[in-house]
Design a protein around this ligand. Structure first.
Ligand SMILES: Nc1ncnc2c1ncn2[C@@H]1O[C@H](COP(=O)(O)OP(=O)(O)O)[C@@H](O)[C@H]1O
Ligand SMILES: [Mg+2]
Length: 223
């Protein structure tokens, strides 16, 4: 039986530009099951990053329901949302957002709860080995290539074994070959843990690997 990790319905998001309301999302519906990958494509400015920010509990919708695991997240307070985000969601963005003053290993460990750091160090080392960076664990991001930095970001995103992985243009800053290698790792590692994944991309080759591709257009998701 399939198990819904995420169910959203009637999600709207308006921004005010001072004079008028911009209705960016106009009733978005989506269900994602454990282990499922959904690619979302759509023209620039259609609201893909806005949608991911709502799903990642980084922002709140104007209206509608966002159910993650068994929580109606729109009804939770900020503290509960932060806790749920930390436990259940991993992010990979176009920019790696690694902390410059910390090593690869520290960057991965920092993704977890501070209290877990010692127990989690071994897991972080394993993850970095899995993404091919066993020799680079103690290097800072500035000494790494773009592909290597993004591989650290993958390890960081998966460190807490999130139920849901949100990827926003994860290969956007990489050359095509490096992008393919990075996505191979994401697919492999997410597949091993049956991590549900939502992948926003403008790269149709990347999207083509997802069993389900939806297009965000006119504020709605269509198949
Ligand atoms: N905080 C904000 N305030 C006002 N407008 C915003 C804000 N965030 C995004 N937008 C607008 O919402 C639209 C969708 O943006 P975005 O979600 O970044 O699109 P995409 O990721 O599909 O390129 C754009 O027109 C953008 O300018
Ligand atoms: Mg975007």
């Amino acid at each position: 039986m399939s198990e819904a990790i995420l169910t959203i319905s009637g999600v709207t998001k308006n921004f005010s530009d001072g004079e008028r309301e911009l209705r960016i999302l106009r009733g978005v519906n989506l269900t994602v099951n454990a282990g499922e990958t959904v690619a979302i494509i759509g023209r620039s400015g259609t609201g893909k990053s806005t949608l991911l920010a709502l799903l990642g509990l980084l922002d709140r919708p104007t209206g509608g329901s966002i159910k993650l695991k068994n929580y109606e997240t729109t009804e939770l307070g900020e503290h509960q949302r932060t806790t749920l985000r930390g436990k259940a969601i991993g992010f990979i963005f176009q920019q790696h957002h690694l902390l410059a003053d910390f090593t690869a290993l520290e960057n991965v460990c920092l993704a977890g709860n501070f209290a877990r750091q010692n127990a989690g160090k071994k897991r972080a080392m394993e993850l970095l080995s899995q993404v091919g960076l066993a020799e680079r664990m103690h290097h800072r991001p500035a000494r790494m290539s773009g592909g290597e930095q993004q591989r650290v970001a993958i390890a960081r995103a998966l460190y807490t074994e999130p139920a849901l992985l949100l990827c926003d243009e994860p290969t956007g800053n990489l050359d095509p070959a490096t992008g393919v290698a990075v996505m191979d790792l994401v697919w492999q590692l997410a597949g091993e843990k049956r991590t549900a994944m939502i992948l926003v991309t403008h790269d149709l080759q990347v999207a083509a690997r997802a069993p389900r591709t939806l297009t965000l257009q006119d504020g709605q998701l269509a198949g």
